[in-house]
Design a protein around this ligand. Structure first.
Ligand code: NCD
Length: 291
């Protein structure tokens, strides 16, 4: 039995195979590949894209979904999350998809369950399905020619699990990474170069991934307002100019803070393609893990 806690759970060959399957699934035909399977989704944090993407992926494959409403579950009757999950597991689901604010929780929980666990985001640590869909989108955009391509991840890198997963996954496929952020959002130690200004990298990158400021994870206020931050880090037409750069964002986008209105209309952004690819990637992952 295999889990997906971080992207390192899959070898490079497995990821290449997964992407081959993803391409086949991009026609979004409904099938019965997972007919009779029951998938439990437990999200302890907000989500729009990831949750609905997993639900649609499961339904496209003919599986049934049980979504645990955390607000009305026995968690507020004093039960620990370990007991909640052990009880769900005792009902013999075929897979468990979990999102939680605590770094490392899906991995710990995997020791309590007998079905595959998929990490849909744990705190600031990892978001493997997002990184896989980002890599897939990049490979599709460059027709497979990604070795040596340069990507700058811009924004609140330190608190972002999307960045956490991408900084481990993308270099495995030959991409060169750097980060652009104000000092307060930079990593204390980083094996990749970190810059303060977009102007330092804009002429030398093929891809920009913009990130949302993770205010819910900050213990102090770093900026008077997000507008203050946006003055230097918002991706605008002025910043991009005519350069041929692929623009990505995992969503949710804070308009005119992360990316300007005009760049959200610009064809160089493939944000909605990321969302579409995300469903197909998750279909391929469910097919791979559920036996
Ligand atoms: C991200 C998340 O929740 O980690 N969103 C997503 O899943 N697409 C990014 C974010 O919340 O900023």
């Amino acid at each position: 039995m295999q889990n997906l806690i971080t992207t390192s759970d899959f070898t490079k060959e497995e990821i290449i195979d997964l992407f081959e399957d993803t391409k086949q699934l991009l026609d979004f035909k409904s099938s019965e590949v997972l007919k009779g399977k029951i998938i439990v989704i437990v999200f302890f944090e907000n989500s729009t894209r990831t949750r609905s993407s997993f639900e649609i992926a499961s339904k496209r494959l003919g599986a049934q979904i049980v979504s645990l409403d955390v607000g009305t579950s026995s968690r507020n009757k004093g039960e620990t999350i370990f007991d909640t999950v052990a009880n769900i597991n005792a009902m013999k689901p075929d897979a468990l998809i979990i999102r939680h604010s605590k770094w490392g929780l899906p991995e710990t929980l995997s020791k309590y369950v007998t079905c595959p666990i998929i990490n849909a985001g744990d705190g600031e640590h990892a978001h493997p399905t997002q990184a896989l869909l980002d890599l897939f989108t990049i490979i599709e955009h460059f027709n497979g020619d990604i070795k040596g391509k340069k990507i700058a991840i811009i924004g609140d890198v330190k608190s972002s699990r999307v960045c956490g997963s991408n900084k481990r996954l993308l270099p495995r496929f030959g991409l060169e990474l750097c980060f652009v952020a104000p000092k307060c959002f930079q990593y204390e130690n980083s094996e990749h170069k970190q810059y303060d200004n977009i102007s330092d990298i804009i002429d030398n990158v093929d891809i920009i991934m913009s990130l949302r400021t993770q205010l819910e994870r900050h213990h102090e206020q770093f900026f008077e307002s997000l507008n203050e931050y946006a003055k230097n880090y918002c991706i605008t037409k002025e910043v991009f100019g005519n350069r041929d750069i692929l623009l990505l964002h995992p969503g949710p986008v804070n308009r005119n803070i992360d990316i300007s209105d005009d760049m959200l209309k610009d064809p160089r952004n493939k944000i909605l393609e990321q969302v579409t690819n995300g469903v197909a990637i998750r279909m391929a992952i469910l097919k791979k893990l559920i036996k």
